[in-house]
Design a protein around this ligand. Structure first.
Ligand code: A2P
Length: 339
């Protein structure tokens, strides 16, 4: 198999470091690797696949003298908005973890368990969805195909690691009794903050609108009725979501469980009599999405309640991005896409 050259943009960040870990675990066929971050980190080193790499500064010309096949970006939306098109213009396929390109009609928004063939339509940039959207659609897609979803109500309980290193530090400092805040507008220790990303004029946050619009795009149905409330909770790793779903068609609850259990990337943990249900502490460092508390919503003709948990930095970010890279390489190798 041919070997490919890869670049990581934002290599020193929480997700960037996880990219390296997941690339190594999944043993992608890689030869050269280039690690980019800001001028603050340039010259420092990071270890990857047993080798030490010097971090390079991301600049407008940094891709010029290098043969790079794939670049994984996780350095924030403004960096992606500026540098992803520069990389793409050099023939590099960018897989972008920021929100910059997700809702662009020309950019595929991909969860490999759900819509891998969208990758075939790429024009140089492929977007990785928001962490809370990814774990939701892995579970909702097989149910939508079978029972046709009419309406979704999302309520999330999101870990501080989703807000980057400073979010993590706000919880750690709070536990130690320190009151300085680096990221959140309020203390997160012993608290819940119903505010993730900026507020919009319609009263929703950007995070809530991302969940709504990205779910519609990935499931390929812009008529889906969706509402969302997203909340930051004092958990380090792992997002939890209560998802209420209303279907067009009727369903048998045991069959619905089977549909979930037999779908890729999902583990059903649903034995409440033994206190068994998904929880963030058990999802940490796992690539699967966990679903439990599966029960009929008797307040509507055909509805179900689900509790969905995943590691937001792995399946919600790094793992999904690396899975997209793996699919891309598979399509190059089997001739479905030309390199
Ligand atoms: P650096 O460490 O040099 O600041 P996180 O989301 O965990 O805060 O990580 C953000 C990542 O994005 C880091 O690797 C950070 O690099 C990188 N980054 C932030 N701003 C820039 C920029 N203007 N140019 C290049 N990389 C950037």
């Amino acid at each position: 198999m041919k070997k490919y050259n890869i670049a990581i943009v934002g290599a020193t960040g929480m997700v960037g470091r996880k990219f390296l870990e997941v690339l190594e675990e999944r043993q992608l066929p890689l030869s050269n690797c280039y690690l980019f971050a800001s001028a603050r980190s340039a010259g420092k080193t990071l270890e990857f696949m047993g080798k030490e790499y010097t971090i390079l500064e991301l600049t407008e010309t940094c891709f010029d003298d290098k043969e790079i096949d794939i670049a994984l970006f996780s350095a924030g939306a403004s960096v992606s908005r500026k540098y992803a098109p520069i990389a793409a213009s050099k023939g590099i396929v960018v897989i972008d973890n920021s929100s910059a390109w997700r809702m662009d009609d020309e950019v595929p928004l991909v969860v490999p368990e759900v819509n891998p063939d969208e990758i075939l339509k790429h024009k140089g940039i492929i977007a990785n969805p928001n962490c809370s959207t990814i774990q939701a659609v892995v579970v909702l897609n097989p149910l939508h195909r079978r029972y046709k979803i009419k309406r979704i109500v999302y309520s999330t309980y999101q870990a501080v690691s989703g807000a980057g290193l400073n979010g993590y530090l706000d919880l750690q400092n709070g536990i130690q009794g320190k009151t300085t805040l680096l990221k959140f507008p309020h203390p997160i220790f012993a608290n819940c903050i119903p505010h993730i990303d900026d507020f919009l004029d319609n009263g929703y946050t950007k995070e809530e609108m991302k969940m709504i619009q990205e779910t519609q795009k990935i499931l390929g149905d812009h008529s889906l009725k969706i509402t969302a409330t997203t909340v930051r909770v004092p958990v380090f790793h792992g997002h939890s979501e209560s998802i209420n779903v209303e279907f067009e068609r009727g369903f048998d609850l045991n069959e619905l469980r089977e549909v979930l259990a037999n779908s890729p990337g999902i583990i059903v943990v649903d034995n409440p009599k033994n206190n068994e249900y998904p929880m963030p502490i058990y999802a940490e460092n796992r690539d699967e999405v966990f679903v439990g508390r599966i029960r009929r919503d008797d307040s509507v003709a055909s509805g179900v309640n689900l509790w969905v948990v995943a590691d937001n930095i792995r399946k919600g970010a790094a793992t999904n991005t690396v899975q997209i890279a793996q699919k891309l390489i598979e399509y190059w190798e089997n001739g479905r896409l030309n390199r």
